[in-house]
Design a protein around this ligand. Structure first.
Ligand SMILES: *Cc1c(COP(=O)(O)O)cnc(C)c1O
Length: 412
């Protein structure tokens, strides 16, 4: 969705209520009473949408789910306790022992270890490919892959995938495509490009305030002739028959949320909605800022290598212009050449907050190799684009001149 004017109207009008309490209502109850035995039966069978028990859903979460589903053009959504909760919900709902999961691009550290260590313990094989290894991607799809996962923008390698091409391949091989759109809400709409599920860490840009941990998965509707009818998805076919159009939602609830309990809480969803109201406004400002900061730092003739797809030197600059015309999120990276120089730069800044978060209203920065990627070996770091001097910056709402000047003074 690139119409920020329309989005500003949609968000404030739908999150706020015109009568009685304007702010969303927090329903903190863990359990919900049923009118009578018939209602209990109807709720458990899915005929009634009234709340069952907070692990399975809650009215405050439902409001957030409804708004984000509309924002994405999806048919339904499930809010989770964190972004990792959303990703692990989707993976555990669809994958079983013996399956192969294909991960394309550079990945957030938590997603990488989830696939590499944890899913492996449960007998799921994870294969990693670069965004531009299209032949290898197709060869893996031919060999049988159950799910494909990709980040809309590599974090922190800032590679941009050709989502159109990858989605067409997934369609050709009847394989589900999950896009982690944490870095680019509103800037791209993966379901329109052919993704089946979109996941977010709402902790980041959707909230913007670092005040609530949360995640969400958004699903497309199931069609008459659907990928899900392929033989490789046989184990979920009974739910497909029962739930019809909303099968993705039912599959995630019944095969993951119910049993693993990565459920969102009402208070977190409330805080998330307070941030969500201004998402379109912040997205415009931050995406303008990041381009300005990247250009200013690039032109400043420091010894730092600035990396951002808006710079003509970036290998995916053409993709940036054609697919990410409004921007590709708040991240840019600075390569200082060594850990010592990176530490010195970070410690000499005055404006920047050093933290592991991204997408905040404030500008954040972090040295990668000594923190999120400290347990990764050389080969993994090379694949993920993590060098010894790499700093990831998440640009905030401040004056872009002030942000750039702070890094410039800190580097001298
Ligand atoms: C932060 C992040 C996650 C994980 O989200 P949490 O809310 O921290 O669990 C997943 N994917 C991406 C791209 C992220 O930046």
């Amino acid at each position: 969705m690139k119409n920020f004017e329309e989005m500003n109207t949609f968000l404030v009008q739908n999150i706020g209520s015109k009568t009685r309490a304007i702010a969303p209502t927090i329903t903190p109850s863990a359990a919900f009473g049923y009118e009578n035995a018939q209602e209990a039966e109807a709720i458990f069978s899915g005929r009634s949408q009234n709340p069952l028990y907070a692990r399975m859903g809650n009215p405050t979460n439902a409001k957030l789910e409804n708004i984000i589903a509309q924002l994405e053009g999806g048919s339904s959504a499930i809010a989770t306790a964190s972004g990792m909760g959303a990703i692990s919900m989707v993976l555990t709902a669809f994958l079983e022992c013996g399956d192969t999961l294909l991960c394309i691009g550079g990945f957030f550290g938590g997603t990488y270890t989830l696939v590499q260590e944890t899913m492996t313990r449960f007998g799921v094989k994870g294969i990693f490919c670069d965004v531009d290894e299209i032949d290898l991607i197709e060869k893996n799809l031919q060999n049988g892959v159950k799910l494909v996962m990709i980040e809309s923008v590599g974090n922190p390698n800032l590679k941009l995938p050709d989502l159109q091409k990858i989605s067409a391949l997934c369609k050709a091989y009847n394989t589900l495509l999950i896009v982690d759109n944490t870095v680019t809400p509103l800037l791209i709409r993966p379901l329109e490009i052919g993704a089946d599920i979109v996941v977010y860490s709402t902790t980041k840009i959707i909230s913007g305030h670092s005040a609530a941990l949360g995640g969400i998965a958004v699903f497309r509707s199931v069609e008459n002739e659907d990928k899900l009818q392929d033989d490789k998805y046989t184990s979920i076919h009974p739910l497909l028959e029962k739930a019809g159009e909303k099968a993705f939602f039912a599959i995630c609830k019944k095969r993951a949320l119910r049993d693993f309990g990565m459920s969102a809480n009402a208070f977190g969803s409330f805080i998330t909605m307070l941030g969500l109201e201004t998402l379109a406004l912040r997205t415009q400002r931050i995406n303008d800022n990041v381009k300005k900061v990247a250009a200013l730092l690039h032109d400043a003739k420091t010894n730092i290598t600035v990396r951002h797809p808006s710079l003509p030197q970036h290998e995916h600059h053409d993709r940036f212009k054609s697919f990410f015309s409004e921007g590709c999120g708040p991240l840019l990276t600075l390569d200082c050449g060594s850990k010592e120089k990176a530490f010195s730069l970070l410690n000499n800044t005055k404006l920047i907050t050093q933290t592991a978060n991204i997408g905040d209203n404030r500008t954040l920065a972090l040295h990668m190799r000594s923190t999120i990627y400290r347990d990764f070996d050389e080969k993994e770091c090379a694949f993920l684009g993590i060098t010894d001097g790499l700093i990831r910056v998440s640009v905030g709402l401040e004056d872009p001149m002030a942000i750039a000047e702070d890094f410039i003074q800190a580097s001298s």
